[in-house]
Design a protein around this ligand. Structure first.
Ligand code: AP5
Ligand code: MG
Length: 215
């Protein structure tokens, strides 16, 4: 099964995608995570992407598309995948459909796009609380997923930080970019009968149950 999960920054895409990937035994492909790892490792991709991430702007479509294509063709994706944070613009969705519908594409096409509906205010509140490990990228939340020791990563013991783009002023930028460039995807997938709309305001467990029921 090939899925995509979309919604505003902080709507819970990553939280749900991790559980769905585990339960359905499919690969979790997060473009944001791949880009942040490239920035941490200072690869050429990371150096190109850094300024976009820090400003809360989108990385150019062509760059992101290459990342996703490579991941989709890895052996770990052979049993299916969930795309987290991709597509994020109408051209990205059209490019994905072109790849999916290519006669030589060995993979089944995207089946469903799960849309998590959450208000802007709730997103800003959630992201200002989220803490991230600067070494390994694991994320924590004081209420839904606290670290064992305050402000310390469970895995690598580094001091947790507020992600550069989780500062309220940058989150506002990300939300503007979301409404202008990503929200039109809701209609795009509704029009092709692939949208699964979920109220993203309840607990992560409740949301997960609703997604599984609707799939
Ligand atoms: P990306 O990493 O995709 O960030 P995002 O979409 O802005 O959203 P987040 O990952 O911050 O939030 P999320 O929805 O995953 O929520 P989470 O589960 O963490 O992208 C980052 C950047 O990379 C972009 O700005 C862009 O520059 C670039 N990029 C990435 N993909 C791109 C693309 N395709 N094209 C171009 N550029 C691209 O949850 C958030 C917090 O809320 C956590 O603390 C969590 O514990 C908590 N939480 C989760 N669910 C709940 C709940 N139900 N109730 C209460 N709290 C909850
Ligand atoms: Mg995420």
């Amino acid at each position: 099964m090939n899925l995509a999960i979309l919604g505003p920054p902080g709507s819970g895409k990553g939280t749900q995608a991790v559980h769905l990937a585990k339960q359905l035994q499919i690969a979790h492909i997060s473009t944001g995570e791949i880009l942040r790892e490239a920035v941490r490792k200072k690869t050429p991709l990371g150096c190109e992407a850094k300024k976009f991430l820090e400003a809360g702007q989108l990385v150019p479509d062509a760059v992101v598309l290459e990342i996703v294509k490579a991941k989709m063709h890895e052996p770990t994706s052979a049993g299916g995948y969930i795309l987290d944070g991709f597509p994020r613009t109408i051209p990205q969705a059209q490019m994905l459909d072109r790849i999916d519908n290519h006669p030589q594409n060995p993979h089944p096409p995207l089946e469903k796009a799960i849309y998590l509906e959450v208000s802007d205010e709730e997103c800003v509140a959630r992201l200002s609380e989220r803490r991230t490990c600067p070494e390994c990228g694991l994320t924590y939340n004081p209420v839904t997923h606290p670290p064992k020791k305050a402000e310390t990563c469970d895995a690598c013991k580094a001091q947790l930080i507020l992600r550069e783009d989780d500062r309220p002023e940058t989150v506002r930028n990300r939300l503007q970019v979301y409404h202008a460039q990503t929200a039109p995807l809701i209609q795009y997938y509704e029009g092709s009968g692939r949208l699964v709309k979920i109220n993203g305001n309840s607990s992560p467990q409740e949301i997960y149950k609703n997604i599984i029921n609707l799939l």
